[in-house]
Design a protein around this ligand. Structure first.
Ligand code: UDH
Ligand code: MN
Length: 317
């Protein structure tokens, strides 16, 4: 009998243990489902609330508190060491422009610069001419103020390192976009001088600026490098570890096709540089608007001459 009683007792014990386990499991399950849901409750919206950040309007809301109309800023607590005009040649790159403005304003403010961003847009659908846009942009920027430095800036390049100062070297024009992700963060060739360049207004005048003859893509930057050397200066570059950039991925634009003629023009730099450039630049300023994050210059730079007139420069009427 003792044996059976013992059996009975242990079975009861076992049963009560089993019900305890059941109770605990039920408790844990209901806790997991009803009391402490670990994931978010509602499904994310079809259109993410972060998407509007890609519009200029949203970037303006986010950035314009400290920036004055025209994309102007000066540090509130100290006198800036550089007064910098950033000149951006532009046509039909709206998403790149948004990304640049969103990135550049805080970058320049961290550097405690007195600055203004100029967007120089080429009017119309004619062949793009970056050199003419830069010459026009500098001319207009210098009407507004005595800038100590001018930065020539592609719209699709985002500086990665705050130590890459957007100011000028007093003796030497500087090439700031040394290491671009697209080129494996290496200088693509020793004379490279495109992307982002810094020059004082005096250095720019000394080189006679950009050539007005380079229509379409290619060699206007190599031409500027030669102008720097021909005018008796040397170019400087910040260290590769600092002068790092991300280029926003893009295809070649319609209206800015590679122009093989630019290679021939480059060979003539020595003959042409003192007569073709900033001193012979012509354009028509169609409008100047002070947008919240930049000064928008719309310019007519004229059209590429038809083949039978090659060698002559056309100018807007
Ligand atoms: N730009 C415009 N609109 C245009 C053409 C040029 O805004 O239609 C400006 C813009 O500031 C741009 C700069 O001119 O950053 C230089 O032009 P680019 O970016 O086309 O030159 P990049 O050397 O590109 O970067 C060459 C074409 C790459 C084709 C890659 C195909 N896989
Ligand atoms: Mn580019």
């Amino acid at each position: 009998m003792g044996c059976c009683r013992h059996l009975w007792r242990s079975r009861r014990l076992w049963r009560s243990r089993f019900s305890l386990v059941l109770l605990a499991a039920a408790f844990a399950l209901s806790y997991a489902f009803f009391v402490a849901p670990s994931g978010p409750q509602a499904e994310c919206p079809v259109v993410s609330p972060f998407f509007p950040l890609l519009t200029l309007e949203a970037i303006r809301k986010k950035r314009s508190t400290s920036v004055s109309p025209g994309g102007f800023y000066r540090p509130p607590d100290c006198r800036a060491r550089h007064r910098t005009a950033i000149v951006v040649p532009y046509r039909k790159r709206l998403t790149h422009l948004g990304a640049l403005l969103d990135h550049l304003h805080p970058f320049l403010q961290r550097q405690q610069l007195h600055y203004r961003i100029y967007l120089v847009e080429q009017w119309g659908n004619g062949t793009f001419n970056k050199g003419r846009l830069y010459n026009a942009g500098v001319r207009e920027a210098l009407r507004d103020a005595t800038w100590s430095c001018i930065i020539f800036h592609d719209v699709d390049l985002l500086p990665e390192d705050d130590r890459n100062t957007y100011g000028c070297h007093q003796d030497k024009p500087s090439h700031l976009s040394v290491a671009i992700d697209k080129f494996a963060y290496r200088l693509y060739y020793p004379q490279a001088f495109g992307g982002v360049v810094a020059m004082t207004p005096d250095q720019f005048r000394k080189t006679n600026g950009y050539s007005n003859q380079f229509w379409g893509w290619g060699q206007e930057d190599d031409n500027l490098w030669q102008r720097v050397i021909l005018s008796g200066m040397q170019a400087a570059r910040p260290p590769e570890a600092i002068a790092r950039y991300k280029m926003i991925k893009h295809e070649r634009d319609a209206g800015n096709e590679r122009n093989p003629r630019n290679v021939d023009l480059l060979r003539r730099t020595k003959l042409d540089w003192s007569s073709d450039g900033f001193n012979s630049s012509t354009y028509k300023l169609l409008s100047k608007e002070l947008e919240p994050l930049y000064t928008h210059l719309m310019v007519d730079v004229g059209k590429k001459a038809p083949p039978y007139l090659r060698g002559n420069t056309t100018t807007p009427a």
